[in-house]
Design a protein around this ligand. Structure first.
Ligand SMILES: *[C@@H]1O[C@H](CO)[C@@H](O)[C@H](O)[C@H]1NC(C)=O
Ligand SMILES: *[C@@H]1O[C@H](CO)[C@@H](O)[C@H](O)[C@H]1NC(C)=O
Ligand SMILES: *[C@@H]1O[C@H](CO)[C@@H](O)[C@H](O)[C@H]1NC(C)=O
Ligand SMILES: *[C@@H]1O[C@H](CO)[C@@H](O)[C@H](O)[C@H]1NC(C)=O
Ligand SMILES: *[C@@H]1O[C@H](CO)[C@@H](O)[C@H](O)[C@H]1NC(C)=O
Ligand SMILES: *[C@@H]1O[C@H](CO)[C@@H](O)[C@H](O)[C@H]1NC(C)=O
Ligand SMILES: *[C@@H]1O[C@H](CO)[C@@H](O)[C@H](O)[C@H]1NC(C)=O
Ligand SMILES: *[C@@H]1O[C@H](CO)[C@@H](O)[C@H](O)[C@H]1NC(C)=O
Ligand SMILES: *[C@@H]1O[C@H](CO)[C@@H](O)[C@H](O)[C@H]1NC(C)=O
Length: 728
């Protein structure tokens, strides 16, 4: 009740007293508390609107308030008279302009035209309204400046998406105390984000995606706790602009202007078109993603896992850095706090390759998949869809309709695509095939919800693009030299042929280095420089950029020989950098050991060493990053404790055993680890165990026993710390 008083003001009182009395004379008959009538002036306005835009379903011979698309407050005159408070037009093909007449409904608080097609611009007359919610999207037409909404001080939800609005964002939004949701995405907005926006700390969602906003990215925005998506803009870096994409609710993908493309210290994710950097000439030529689901192998093809549950404002780069997705938008009108960005099939699918379709990624607004560092050339893109939310039966769920648009490399390939219609039924797969060209090593597949279809079936907030799987294959011969090295456990005979001499050289190096060290300790850094040739060599600058100059916030652990930092290389690869304290004499020897051994050893259950850095007096090892840190943390540290079920524990045990077995028996150089403990067992994203820290390992010459005589007595005790045996 309190809500409508504010906007209605004296005008309402006036109309109630005079026109209202008149109305009761004219329409009075039949209006009672059980059958209230619409206030006559409003009924006339609605008739006018209905005629202009072509709404047929408002029945004026009864109370149009009974329509689903209208909300009224019928408490006036002892519950006999209604005022319109909300209008929610469903999917309609209006070819008309937005009618100014909505401004003649004095108590209108909510106006949702986001799912209907309109043309033109927001009428000037609307400036006199006192709306709390306004939603318009995908307005066709030549565009307009920002409409005047300054009087709508109690605005809570404002959506003006893809309305061709140009010019700058007015600053008064910063003063709207009730604002919770501001979506100005996909317009032509220019200029800076107004300073007053710094006051919008309690606004849950800010979407400025897909504009041409300029200036520096404001500091307060980067520190926000709530969602802010400013991806796809023309910002400049300035003196303190971000050089990395952020974790959390701030999406910065492609937010910098094209001029920033040549700056090397900026992560490519921030640059236009997400270019491929530092790929060392190694490009990929295919891509297979099982969107919204775990890894699956279908017809011999491995579809990569994509199970990140977030999506309101997020950039996710997969651990192999060969693909990424950016997701924008939250599901509106649902009361669920946790929007679900992954749909799960309600019934068991009995279709071929059902692993691809059982779960799918959903997006309420915009979703962009990137194929990163791909060869230039022609590709066949296959998009796999199946409607798994709506059903084809006699239930309410069958009334749901999903429609969305798909763009590949910026070109629209599907408009108002309806999976169910296209596949002739729900739960049935449909594959759409397109040919596209990658001209600058990045492939972009964009899904966009243009407001079509239903939004409330089976529950509120079920709509938007749904994608089950993506596969991209080249239409050309893959250049041989650029094939990626196998990362699997099976070493091909070819690899052995090449690998054995390298291994021999490695051993020679390590042994040689050890020998040199004994004699000339000072020349160590030069020798390590030579070793770099065998494995990846990183510059100190690269590593400083990746770890933000060893930012304490990036520290993920403290090993026996120094700290471990998380870092992001400019090509998007996430790494772990172990900084060996150069003071420790022992550390230096360990350094040599680690490089020599780990570079020679590759196994799914051993942590992979990407390379090292020996600049200055720094001794740095660059490892693959392990999402779940170490087993000790997963078991014993309260705030990081993982719930490991028995199958997972079993898997971890097997992994450790396989790793050790490889070290002991399968590898060319036999190694005794000597420091197996929970903090040396790292867990990757799938909770597979990998053994790390070969710092104490020593070469174990062929023919000798695995257990060195010196520690034989305590070996059983010291080889494996207690926690591995008793804690689980
Ligand atoms: C309007 O409602 C009346 C009474 O229920 C009904 O007879 C009439 O057919 C309806 N008109 C339209 C256009 O739906
Ligand atoms: C309001 O309506 C009730 C019955 O619905 C009636 O008893 C009462 O007198 C009415 N009051 C006024 C002020 O009209
Ligand atoms: C109007 O209706 C509501 C509920 O429908 C009731 O609580 C209220 O007392 C009614 N007011 C009058 C004046 O009859
Ligand atoms: C709108 O137009 C499209 C094609 O122009 C048509 O498929 C659709 O059924 C129309 N929708 C309505 C509600 O008229
Ligand atoms: C915005 O709407 C226009 C039609 O007016 C459409 O062509 C364009 O694709 C839409 N933008 C997006 C991001 O879908
Ligand atoms: C923003 O960047 C686009 C290219 O991504 C460019 O076409 C456009 O002119 C830029 N706009 C402004 C205002 O700088
Ligand atoms: C939905 O199921 C009914 C039978 O239950 C069938 O007649 C109809 O063709 C199906 N529709 C689609 C689109 O599969
Ligand atoms: C291919 O890649 C290079 C960069 O490696 C780029 O300069 C070139 O424009 C790309 N496009 C084509 C069509 O070759
Ligand atoms: C391709 O990307 C490189 C940098 O990665 C950039 O310098 C070049 O301008 C891009 N070319 C096109 C055609 O976008």
């Amino acid at each position: 009740m309190g809500a409508w008083r504010l906007p209605c003001g004296w005008r309402l009182l006036f109309s109630m007293c005079f026109i209202g009395l008149l109305a009761e004379v004219v329409h009075g008959a039949g209006a009672d508390a059980l059958h209230p009538r619409l206030f006559p002036a409003e009924a006339r306005t609605l008739r006018r609107i209905a005629a202009k835009i072509g709404v047929a379903h408002w029945n004026f011979s009864v109370n149009p308030c009974d329509s689903e698309s209208m909300k009224c407050d019928c408490s006036f005159y002892n519950n006999t008279t209604c005022h319109v408070t909300g209008i929610f037009l469903k999917e309609m093909n209006f070819t008309s302009q937005l009618p100014p007449d909505f401004a003649d409904l004095p108590c209108l608080l909510q106006l949702d035209l986001s799912r209907s097609l309109f043309h033109g611009a927001v009428p000037d007359k609307w400036a006199q309204m006192r709306l709390q919610g306004l939603r318009i999207s995908d307005l066709r037409g030549s565009g307009s400046a920002f409409p005047d909404l300054s009087a709508m001080q109690s605005m809570k939800t404002l959506v003006l998406r893809n309305c061709s609005i140009s010019g700058s964002i007015p600053s008064y939004f910063g003063d709207m105390k009730n604002l919770k949701h501001l979506d100005l995405s996909f317009n032509k907005l220019t200029g800076k984000i107004p300073d007053s926006f710094a006051k919008m700390g309690s606004v849950d969602y800010i979407y400025l995606t897909g504009n041409s906003l300029t200036g520096n990215i404001p500091e307060w925005l980067l520190r926000r706790n709530n969602i802010a998506d400013i991806s796809f803009n023309n910002f400049t870096m300035g003196s303190s602009g971000p050089t990395q994409c952020l974790q959390g609710g701030i999406n910065l993908v492609e937010s910098y202007s094209p001029e920033m493309i040549s700056l090397n210290n900026i992560n490519p994710c921030l640059k236009k078109n997400f270019p491929c950097a530092a790929s060392n000439g190694q490009y990929r030529s295919s891509l297979h993603i099982n969107c919204g689901d775990k890894e699956a192998i279908v017809n011999g093809v491995k579809y990569e896992t994509d199970t990140v549950p977030k999506g309101a404002s997020v950039l996710y780069v997969n651990p192999g850095s060969n693909w990424a997705f950016s997701s924008t938008g939250n599901f509106m009108d649902n009361n669920i706090n946790d929007d679900s960005y992954i749909a799960t099939s309600t019934s068991k699918l009995t279709i071929p390759s059902s692993q691809l379709y059982a779960r799918a990624r959903l997006s309420p607004l915009s979703l962009t998949y990137y194929g990163l560092c791909m060869h230039n050339g022609s590709y066949t893109v296959k998009l796999h869809f199946a409607e798994i939310v709506f059903t084809n039966d006699s239930t309410y769920c069958s009334l749901g309709k999903r429609k969305f648009n798909v763009f590949i490399q910026g070109k629209m390939v599907l408009e108002d695509f309806d999976i169910e219609q296209s596949a002739a039924g729900s739960g049935k797969p449909i594959m759409k095939t397109f040919t596209t060209y990658v001209t600058n090593h990045t492939l972009e597949i964009h899904f966009y919800w243009a407001g079509r279809g239903t939004t409330g079936i089976p529950y509120r907030g079920f709509y938007g693009p749904l994608i089950s799987a993506i596969s991209v294959v080249p239409n050309f011969q893959i250049p041989l030299a650029a094939k990626l090295p196998q990362t699997g456990s099976r070493i091909s005979s070819k690899a052995l042929l090449i690998g054995t001499p390298i291994l021999a050289i490695c051993i020679a190096f390590v042994v040689g280095l050890y020998w040199i060290k004994q004699r000339r300790k000072s020349s160590m850094h030069q020798d390590l420089g030579a070793l770099d040739l065998q494995i990846g060599s990183f510059t100190l600058r690269q590593i400083k950029a990746a770890t933000r100059n060893f930012d304490p916030a990036n520290k993920i652990g403290e090993g026996g020989f120094g700290s471990v930092y998380k870092g992001l290389l400019s090509d998007g690869t996430i790494i772990a950098v172990k900084q060996l304290s150069s003071k420790s004499k022992q550390g230096n020897r360990e350094f040599v050991n680690e490089i020599g051994m780990i570079s020679a050893l590759q196994h799914p259950n051993l942590v992979r060493l990407y390379g090292c850095c020996t600049e200055g007096n720094q001794l740095l090892l660059v490892y693959e990053y392990m999402e779940h840190n170490c087993l000790a943390r997963a078991l014993f540290v309260e705030q990081y404790r993982l719930r490991l079920d028995w199958p997972t524990r079993h898997k971890i045990c097997l992994g450790i055993a396989r790793g050790i077995a490889y070290l002991h028996e399968e590898s060319a150089i036999r190694i005794v680890h000597r420091d197996i403990k929970a903090s040396n067992i790292l867990l990757d994203k799938d909770l597979d165990a990998k053994i790390s820290d070969f710092g104490l390992a020593k070469l174990n010459e062929d023919g000798h026993t695995h257990i060195s005589t010196k520690v034989a007595g305590t070996m059983l005790v010291s080889y494996m710390r207690g926690e591995l045996s008793w804690s689980w």
